[in-house]
Write a protein that binds this ligand. Structure first.
Ligand code: LLP
Length: 393
């Protein structure tokens, strides 16, 4: 995304054209991230997929597809998004600990890969005629040192098969298993837990003679200070993967979080004796992460009243005290009617938005560079009020 003045002009043009709240993605930033990932794994047989749960816009999924990525899905809804993006079935990896019987019936002859989460799920697949390749999701009992809600690799987590159950499951021989899958959590900023988990699963793969492996996603980006050191990851992790015939990767956040901005309008600046609140036209309905995980997202004021900074709460319009975008942040006071941008929301932003307080979901726009100039295009229009009630009978 262009910065400073150019960014301001562009954001205002987008906000005026399509209204707010609006998500804005940078095509260039996404492409840059795609090439970084390819570079990190250039010495291995990589099959990269984009984790659609991070962003389910088919126009975004399509960009990944056009650059050689497959897709990691967790529902029929995400499968549908992939079809709108024209992703080849054979390049779709299906994850999830609760795949329903109905979903299995529908997707069993479609998706290319399935990560089996439990022995119980193994039983179901062994009775079904499927064209998919199967991987067993292993729970390596590793602490990802991330937010507990997005940590998935500890033995008490609901995900995966315990290592001491593998022998029993594989000895059933009712399914042809291609390899192991491991994903220990999201927003991981240390290489250490990756190394612990991946080395364990690589050892297991050798023990059972598997030449394919799925190493999940989880790369942590810089929201505030810490981020995963990609070079260190390349040095320490990639050597483990060299002998594999196929290394499946399922990155979501890293691929797109920093490529996305959320633009909101300042409706009120409310000054009380205790606090100053900047009230925006969207809150936890458009961006859940701060309310749900106390997540930090950088906020920028585009049009300040003055350059002086104050400790302020940036909040949404919903009827909940937890409806917060930024808590006690040192910021300029914006002008009423001007715009505020929230950064690093390309992943788990729109895809976690909702209709709480009967607010329609926002629009999404992509910014791209053409002939040295920035232009933008709508990739999802704003939801209409009537659409929220289409399901009422
Ligand atoms: N593979 C599996 C099996 C996953 O469960 C996930 C994310 C990914 C790949 C992609 O992980 P990533 O590269 O994006 O870290 N809503 C939370 C994040 C939840 C992540 C769920 N699983 C948030 O807003 O931080």
């Amino acid at each position: 995304m262009p910065s400073t003045l150019l960014e301001k002009e562009l954001i205002e043009a987008i906000a005026k054209t399509y209204g707010t709240p609006v998500y804005v993605y940078s095509r260039e930033e996404i492409l840059k991230r795609i090439s970084t990932v390819k570079d990190v794994f250039s010495s291995v047989n990589l099959f990269p997929t984009f984790a659609c749960k991070a962003n389910n816009n088919p126009r975004i999924i399509e960009m990944f597809k056009d650059n050689g990525f497959g897709a990691d899905i967790v529902s029929i809804g995400e499968y549908h998004a992939c079809k709108l993006a024209d992703v080849d079935d054979k390049k779709i990896v299906w994850n999830g600990n609760g795949k329903t019987r109905k979903e299995i019936e529908i997707l069993s002859k479609k998706v290319g890969y399935v990560n089996i989460d439990s022995e119980e799920e193994y039983e179901i697949w062994s009775e079904i005629d499927s064209s998919a390749e199967f991987f067993l999701r292993v729970n390596p009992d590793v602490d990802a040192k991330t937010h507990p809600h997005i940590s998935t690799g500890l033995k008490k987590s609901k995900f995966g098969i315990q290592t001491d159950e593998i022998d029993r499951i594989l000895s059933k021989k009712r399914l042809n298993i291609s390899g192991f899958h491991v994903h220990i959590g999201s927003q991981i900023t240390d290489v250490e837990p990756f190394e612990e988990a991946i080395s364990k699963v690589v050892d297991l793969s050798k023990k059972y003679g598997f030449s394919k492996i799925n190493i999940g996603g989880g790369w942590g980006i810089k929201y505030k200070d810490k981020e995963l050191d990609i070079l260190e990851y390349k040095e320490r992790i990639v050597p483990y993967l060299k002998d594999f015939k196929m290394v499946i990767l399922e990155l979501g956040r890293y691929m797109i979080a920093p490529a996305g901005l959320l633009v909101l309008k300042v409706e009120y600046v409310k000054k009380t004796r205790h606090k100053t609140f900047v009230v925006l036209d969207g809150g936890m309905n458009v961006l859940m992460r701060p309310a749900m995980y106390n997540a930090y997202h950088e906020v920028n004021v585009l049009d300040p009243e003055s350059s002086e900074k104050y400790i302020i709460d940036v909040v949404g319009p919903l009827c909940e005290s937890g409806d917060i975008i930024a808590f006690e942040r040192n910021l300029e006071i914006p002008k009423v009617g001007s715009y505020v941008i929230v950064r690093d929301v390309g992943a788990y932003g729109y895809s976690m938005s909702n209709n709480y307080n009967s607010m329609p979901r926002p629009a999404e726009v992509i910014v791209y560079e053409e002939n040295g100039k920035y232009d933008f295009r709508l990739i999802r229009r704003r939801e209409e009020i009537e659409e929220m009630f289409k399901t009422i009978v």
